[in-house]
Design a protein. Structure first.
Length: 125
């Protein structure tokens, strides 16, 4: 009887992992879409903008409707993660403990910077 319970538990864990991955991909797509609006306007990534992107992404009604509340809570920044709310350029240094939305926004800006560098190099040649 014990062996019958284990596959069921693994399936539940696998399903939970798939739901989390799906929500993470969904949130990343939303954050990148929001960030892209600022990137094309050449707005620098400031602390204040990061907070605005986070608020907009987590308030996205489509995101909220596609995923259950418990899962959504996993993407909210813990209260203990306090970041400045200034117009200074966002800088995480070597921190690897970023809230998901912040990490996705930073990645979008880094990708855009890399793309711009590559385009500039191609133009010079």
């Amino acid at each position: 009887m014990e062996t019958l319970d284990k596959p069921e538990t693994l399936n539940e864990r696998d399903l939970a992992a798939l739901r989390y991955q799906s929500a993470a991909r969904d949130l990343e797509r939303i954050v990148r879409h929001i960030a892209r609006r600022y990137i094309v306007q050449q707005v620098p990534l400031t602390w204040r903008l990061l907070h605005a992107i986070e608020a907009e992404a987590l308030a996205d009604l489509g995101f909220a409707s596609r995923h259950d509340a418990l899962l959504l809570g996993l993407f909210r920044r813990p209260d203990s993660f306090r970041w400045p709310e200034t117009d200074d350029t966002a800088d995480f240094g070597r921190s690897d403990a970023l809230p998901a939305v912040f990490a996705f926004a930073v990645a979008a800006y880094e990708d855009a910077s890399s793309d711009a560098t590559c385009a500039a190099q191609l133009t010079v040649k």
